[in-house]
Design a protein. Structure first.
Length: 263
């Protein structure tokens, strides 16, 4: 998707995001690999879709430099909640992911704060920051090639700290390209637990070193209020954890349209 002109406001990446995490069955290796090449083509014409990224992952769905043969992600930005929910409930693309997966999860997200851009696109904020309950975070960066070695030296300690962080329900390493275009998605019990991790230990040291060393050519940091969830990931039942935000159970408005709401 075309980046914005220099000095102009970034183009919109939508106001509601859908994050798909999938671990494909080992019996479908070629179908899984083909998604990295072809899935973007299947998304043309999806109603309300503003932005799409088909993503790989590290081994085990983690953050290492070695790619996973089975773990992938899909990040989608929609104009509004109705379009996002329509995709989750009815899209053939997501149904195909589920048929070929041994584990999968989907989370609907409304941005409460966002800074930076992704391929020249900025995510619109559309809800106040959650004061209670779950919060989701997406961090992504384009790493300068000459800084890649320095960046990846910092990664193992920060990854270990994230896995052990109190209040972190799940985390997945994602990437558009090996080594150079990386992202992390995480779900937390509360804003307080997320901020306690972000402002201490190995993660804080890594961020200070990365920004101080000019490692990035583009970054985006976004906090979200989860809207609804479906599937299981890293032992978490997303529908059960997010309660009445589960996909398939939205309240109805007086005109029969789904009334989407945050947790």
């Amino acid at each position: 998707m075309r980046p914005s002109a220099q000095g102009a406001a970034p183009l919109s990446a939508g106001s509601v995001a859908v994050l798909v995490m999938v671990d494909f069955k080992p019996s479908h290796p070629w179908w899984a690999w083909s998604r990295l090449v072809l899935q973007g083509l299947t998304l043309h014409g999806v109603q309300g879709l503003r932005f799409a990224k088909v993503l790989g992952s590290g081994q085990g769905g983690g953050f290492g430099v070695l790619p996973s043969a089975t773990h992938q992600g899909l990040y989608l930005g929609f104009d509004d909640e109705s379009a996002a929910l329509m995709f989750v409930q009815h899209s053939p693309q997501l149904a195909a992911y589920q048929r070929h997966a041994r584990a999968w999860a989907v989370v609907g997200l409304r941005a409460s704060s966002s800074r930076g851009a992704w391929s020249g696109r900025a995510l619109q904020t559309s809800t106040p920051a959650p004061t209670t309950g779950p919060v989701a975070v997406l961090t992504r960066a384009s790493i300068k090639p000459l800084q890649a070695r320095a960046f990846w030296r910092l990664s193992p300690a920060a990854e270990a700290a994230l896995a052990a962080a109190p209040g972190c329900r799940l985390a997945m390493g994602l990437g558009e390209a090996p080594l150079l275009r990386q992202a992390t998605f995480s779900l937390w019990d509360s804003t307080a637990s997320m901020e306690a991790y972000a402002r201490s230990g190995a993660h804080l040291q890594a961020i200070r070193a990365a920004y101080g060393g000019g490692h990035f050519s583009e970054t985006m940091f976004t906090r979200f209020a989860p809207l609804w969830g479906q599937g299981h990931w890293q032992g978490v039942d997303l529908a059960a954890w997010l309660g009445d935000c589960a996909v398939g159970g939205p309240r109805q408005t007086s005109d029969g349209a789904p009334e989407l709401h945050g947790c």
